[in-house]
Design a protein around this ligand. Structure first.
Ligand SMILES: [Zn+2]
Length: 139
């Protein structure tokens, strides 16, 4: 009888604090790496997780699309430099870009095929990459 209680307390100690990641139900004893109480909870948790990831990717893609549209409109308008305050007013988010690199001391950013120099107060030298790589072809 005593042995049973000792074993039970050991098992109980291992199981204590293990809860289903989806519903929070205390997990029955079983595999030590078990995370869910049921297949339904496992599916629900994974669907929710993927939805969250997908929404996060869509949000970033939306910000990049908007940045690109703003930069593209600036180029078309012949504007190659603008203060960040003005860009912010247009809805530009300087935290998002598709690439960044240093050109000497200059902090360069890219939004797809548009390149620009970013400083703490403005962006400048906004241009399509292909006009920089082969300016003679464009002329
Ligand atoms: Zn559950």
């Amino acid at each position: 009888m005593v042995k049973y209680n000792e074993e039970y307390s050991i098992l109980d100690g291992e199981g204590y604090g293990e809860y289903c990641l989806e519903c929070g139900t205390e997990l029955p004893f079983g595999r030590p790496d078990r995370k869910f109480c049921s297949r339904e909870c496992k599916n629900r948790w994974h669907n929710g997780h993927h939805t969250k990831t997908r929404n996060s990717k869509l949000r970033v893609a939306h910000v990049l699309e908007k940045n690109y549209r703003i930069l593209s409109n600036l180029i078309v308008s012949g504007i190659t430099s603008l203060p960040l305050t003005g860009l912010s007013f247009l809805g530009f988010n300087p935290l998002y870009s598709t690439c960044s690199y240093k050109a000497g001391h200059r902090e360069m950013r890219m939004c797809f095929d548009i390149v620009y120099c970013l400083t703490p107060t403005k962006i400048s030298d906004i241009a399509y990459v292909d006009t920089i790589l082969s300016p003679r072809d464009k002329a």
